[in-house]
Design a protein around this ligand. Structure first.
Ligand code: BMA
Length: 329
């Protein structure tokens, strides 16, 4: 039986048919979908999150400005291809002055849980950790406590409670360009207090060399009839620096720290000029997906070379079939 997405139908999902190359994951032919200079202050716009919002799309975007400060901005789109991004970064409402002091923020994810859109991002509080906020309208954002002690990156929420707890994927790290990194899951009753930490996956060499240095969750996991489909980034250390590619794993529906399948090969890697050349060369960094439960279509937004944002497409049943046949745990 073909695997299905459990969730909303999205007849207006941004989409382009697969080209004749027949790839499992294929790029939008007019990438980058968001150019680096969409707003005047921007040096680069990448590693950004898009969600369906009121029959259109909204999102939170990583904008590095021309002073090279990392900021996050909100934005909107009618069709998921053409975006309007606010010129000013998000100014969070926060009742805790110590947490409210914004130093820098990057790599946002957005996860709808019930009627709120939760934003998680890499927030600097004595080093990188996971900031958490929510919005209902993409205008006012209410900041909560940071989820973890520093140092941590790639905090990604699950879109519903599991066993009555909120769950978040994350990657404990260090202060800099971390040369290691495993994916863990933590649980919370209230999105403030986090515990019950469980290990999900480690980087692996050998048959999984593309993900041998570090791995980190990408978009919000997609609920399917087979389990949670998690796209993630995997990093290889080459003689010329890090190379970031995208793979996928299938996680157990009730105990998502249990990995069912994990892709032996990458599904997307830096090979187009806008992925290989930019402020940080050789990076594809997925941060968001849109999916249509009727057709099984998935659209993935990913950062390219830390400079622009790309869009890629795939079908859920094909990705899960592929994982079933090409898994290395
Ligand atoms: C990671 C993060 C990402 C970035 C990547 C490649 O550590 O900082 O924002 O895309 O490095 O530079």
């Amino acid at each position: 039986m073909a695997s299905k997405i459990i969730g909303q139908s999205m007849p207006n999902i941004p989409w382009e048919e697969r080209p004749s190359s027949g790839d499992l994951v294929w790029r939008y032919s007019r990438n980058p979908v968001i150019p680096r200079d969409l707003i005047p202050c921007a040096n680069s716009i990448f590693n950004s999150a898009v969600v369906p919002y009121k029959n259109e799309f909204a999102g939170v975007f990583r904008v590095d400005n021309k002073s090279r400060n990392m900021r996050i901005h909100s934005g909107r789109s009618r069709d998921g291809f053409k975006f309007e991004i606010e010129n000013e970064p998000i100014s969070f409402v926060c009742s805790e002055p110590e947490i409210a002091t914004f130093v820098e923020g990057y790599d946002p994810r957005v996860c709808r849980i019930e009627d709120r859109y939760y934003l998680t991002w890499c927030n600097n509080y004595h080093g990188p950790t996971i900031g958490v906020a929510y919005t209902c309208d993409f205008k006012k954002f209410y900041q909560l406590e940071n989820a973890f002690l520093p140092f941590n990156r790639n905090g990604v929420l699950f879109p519903r409670k599991i066993n009555n707890k909120y769950l978040m994927l994350s990657r404990p790290s260090d202060t800099g360009h971390t040369p290691f990194g495993d994916i863990f899951i933590s649980a919370s009753p209230d999105l403030i207090h986090w515990g019950c930490h469980r290990h999900v996956m480690s980087p692996r060499a050998g048959k999984l060399t593309w993900q041998c240095t570090k791995i980190g969750a990408g978009p919000v996991p997609i609920e399917t009839t087979e389990g949670w489909l998690m796209f993630y980034h995997g990093v290889l250390t080459s003689c010329n620096g890090f190379v970031y590619s995208m793979g996928a794993a299938l996680l157990d529906i009730d105990k998502p720290w249990k990995v069912i399948y994990r892709s032996r090969e990458y599904l997307l890697n830096p090979r187009q000029i806008y992925e290989c050349v930019g402020d940080v060369p050789n990076v594809v960094f997925p941060c968001a997906s849109l999916q249509d439960s009727d057709s099984g279509k998935i659209a993935i937004y990913y950062g390219c070379a830390d400079t622009v944002t790309g869009l890629a497409f795939c079908y859920v049943d094909e990705v899960i079939d592929y994982l079933r046949a090409n898994s290395e745990l």
